[in-house]
Design a protein around this ligand. Structure first.
Ligand code: ADP
Ligand code: MG
Length: 383
């Protein structure tokens, strides 16, 4: 990255490199903006930003993925307006930092990422968090407050009313564990996965146009369910309470609420199964989660459903489900570690036959949260 940086900006003097991971959510989907429970794991796939001071008052950002260099006046970043493209993530974060009292110093940023974009592994939060660290340049900030600041950037500048999960896990990831997060209290605990299992994310390689608008619609439908049930959020509703009041809700709203309420239960069940080393039970809950997302929440699609069906038919698989917002992106599969090589070959072949696209597959290993990278040698080449 240092070499590339020098080529782009003329000098790499004073360069620092920051890293923020993507994540795979194991279970607890569409529960974060309902202030419920989630169980994500930070991944070794990550976004890296190299940065050094600029001396002409500019903030310049180059994305290798987009092959675009853009620039702003650093002093005026707090007044910028959304451009409707990828720059809204870094500029949104810069603006929120400025509003929080962290002046944006002139700098050049080079972005390199191994997180696939728009695939449900949260390249967006990896970008926000890595940008925040790069712009902060080592200035101290509370990690919880920083997660919330990045979430605000996404709400206000990108226009997605997302929950806190992605930014939180990018900051609080752990190298040996998934993290169970309570999205209301913002407390988490580490959850170690059983020995002998593997997690594989299989990318459908599609992102349907519906994804953004349907996400906003689901957020609104959940808010409507809460209003009708007289609670602050669906987090406050038990399955029994929902069953008792179900007839008072319109049919679609009832199904949306049923997903969220049952999904919160499944997160607890999954963590318990994990802690008693019971991958069979973990797998069953993954499948239940998928069915609920497919039928009640209606955020799956043909490609995701196909991958789940084929995974469940394969040797050594405990369970699978769509992960991330839906309408494309990845399926996460829990399987016996020794079945992994054959399974990933086979499912890739089947998917290519059916949809004519080779799906990328990622073995999911937990990683630490965002940090400054001091050992330059571990930085991977661009994906
Ligand atoms: P996900 O977070 O699941 O990957 P999103 O739709 O939330 O999907 O975020 C993807 C968007 O984030 C991209 O369309 C792009 O605007 C932005 N993005 C992510 N990574 C990069 C990158 N390396 N360079 C520029 N923009 C990026
Ligand atoms: Mg995202």
């Amino acid at each position: 990255m240092t070499e590339e940086y020098r080529r782009l900006f003329g000098t790499a003097e004073g360069i620092r490199i920051f890293r923020a991971p993507g994540r795979v959510n194991l279970i607890g989907e569409h529960t974060d903006y309902n202030l419920g429970f989630v169980l994500p794991m930070a991944l070794q796939l990550a976004t890296f930003i190299a940065t050094a001071p600029a001396h002409d008052g500019k903030l310049r950002i180059f994305s290798e993925h987009k092959r675009q260099l853009r620039e702003w006046s650093a002093a005026e970043i707090a007044n910028s307006q959304p451009a409707g493209d990828w720059t809204d993530y870094p500029v949104g974060v810069a603006r929120e930092l400025a509003h929080a009292g962290f002046a944006i110093e002139p700098a050049n940023l080079l972005i390199r990422s191994t997180v696939p974009e728009g695939s449900g592994l949260s390249s967006s939060a990896a970008l926000e968090v890595s940008c925040a660290l790069a712009l902060l340049q080592g200035r101290a900030i509370d990690r919880r407050a920083l997660a919330q600041l990045c979430q605000r950037a996404e709400h206000r500048f990108v226009g997605i009313p997302s929950g806190i999960m992605d930014q939180y896990v990018s900051l609080f990831g752990h190298q040996n564990s998934a993290i169970e997060l309570d999205c209301r209290s913002l407390d988490h605990r580490l959850v170690r996965l059983p020995e002998g299992i593997a997690l594989l994310a299989i990318n459908t390689m599609v992102k349907h146009a519906l994804a953004g608008s349907a996400y906003r619609q689901r957020v609104e439908e959940c808010a409507q369910a809460s209003r009708l049930l007289g609670v602050e959020s669906l987090r406050d509703v038990s399955p029994e309470q929902l069953a008792a009041r179900a007839d008072s809700l319109p049919e679609v709203i009832r199904r949306r609420a049923r997903h969220v309420v049952s999904e919160n239960q499944r997160v607890h069940g999954f963590v318990e199964a994990c802690e008693r080393n019971d991958p069979e039970a973990m797998g069953k809950l993954l499948v239940e989660s998928h069915r609920s997302l497919q039928l009640d929440y209606e955020v799956s699609c043909a490609e995701l459903d196909y991958l789940v069906e084929r995974a469940l038919a394969a040797e050594g698989v405990f369970g699978a489900r769509m992960t991330g917002g839906g309408f494309g992106g990845c399926v996460v599969t829990l399987l016996r570690a020794d079945a992994l090589p054959e399974f990933s070959q086979r499912i890739a072949g089947e998917y290519r036959q059916r949809f004519g696209v080779v799906p990328q597959v990622y073995t999911c290993r937990p990683s630490a949260g965002a940090e400054e990278v001091n050992n330059f040698e571990i930085i991977p080449a661009a994906a």
